[in-house]
Design a protein around this ligand. Structure first.
Ligand code: CA
Length: 220
């Protein structure tokens, strides 16, 4: 027995997947196809995708926003969890991977729920604010350029409804958050976000060691 979070070795991690992962054959194909890409590390872990889907159902979410979509695995998990009248806005910059995302969303029959907006995400978020989407979103999943994480937090807190959830991926950053005087701008941004969140009275907070670290911020 231990009063701290377990270290998962390979065998225990595999056990976790064996007894709990409910990945559809389509999601599995998408994940395996993405694993062959040079930026495969941008894809969420499958248990993270399943957790996002559960969050959507727990929140009764109807309006969801994703910042950083890549080949669309997390978006597909979330879109499938949404009700018929739900919608998911996905922000990413144009890339070869976009076609893969659209292909799988279509194959899963959820493409009508997904609105993909290509361009710098901060601009898309500003556009949403200008179009009156303040306080409209139930959940915002942020898994994009780390240097902008602090800026994404501010935008998310404006766009979320009270009780809505901002979810940040990679907040343990493969352990690089422990670096002192980190050289990488990305590492410094994640460190700054993590430190700032701890005392941010606008949110309720939990950092889960799921995947590469998943931080949940509930807007108060
Ligand atoms: Ca990620």
């Amino acid at each position: 027995m231990t009063a701290r979070t377990l270290n998962l070795d390979d065998a225990l991690y595999q056990y976790l997947l064996d007894v709990s992962l409910r990945e559809t054959p389509l999601l599995r194909r998408l994940r395996e196809q993405t694993q062959a890409l040079p930026n495969a590390r941008w894809q969420v872990a499958p248990e993270q995708g399943q957790f996002l889907a559960l969050l959507i159902k727990l929140l009764g979410a109807r309006r969801v926003l994703e910042v950083g979509t890549f080949t669309g695995y997390s978006a597909l998990c979330m879109a499938e969890a949404l009700p018929e009248n739900g919608s998911l806005i996905c922000c990413d910059i144009p890339g070869d991977y976009t076609a893969t995302a659209c292909h799988y969303w279509q194959a899963a029959g959820v493409s009508q729920r997904i609105d993909l907006r290509l361009g710098p995400a901060l601009e898309t978020l500003a556009q949403l604010e200008r179009s009156g989407a303040l306080g409209c979103f139930d959940l915002i999943f942020i898994d994009a350029d780390k240097a902008n994480y602090p800026a994404y937090l501010e935008a998310a807190l404006r766009l979320l409804r009270v009780g809505g959830l901002a979810v940040f991926d990679n907040t343990l950053w493969s352990g690089r958050v422990l670096e002192v005087d980190a050289e990488s701008e990305d590492t410094r941004a994640i460190q700054a976000l993590n430190r700032a969140l701890k005392d941010d009275s606008r949110i309720d907070l939990s950092l889960l060691p799921l995947g590469d670290g998943l931080t949940l911020c509930r807007k108060r």
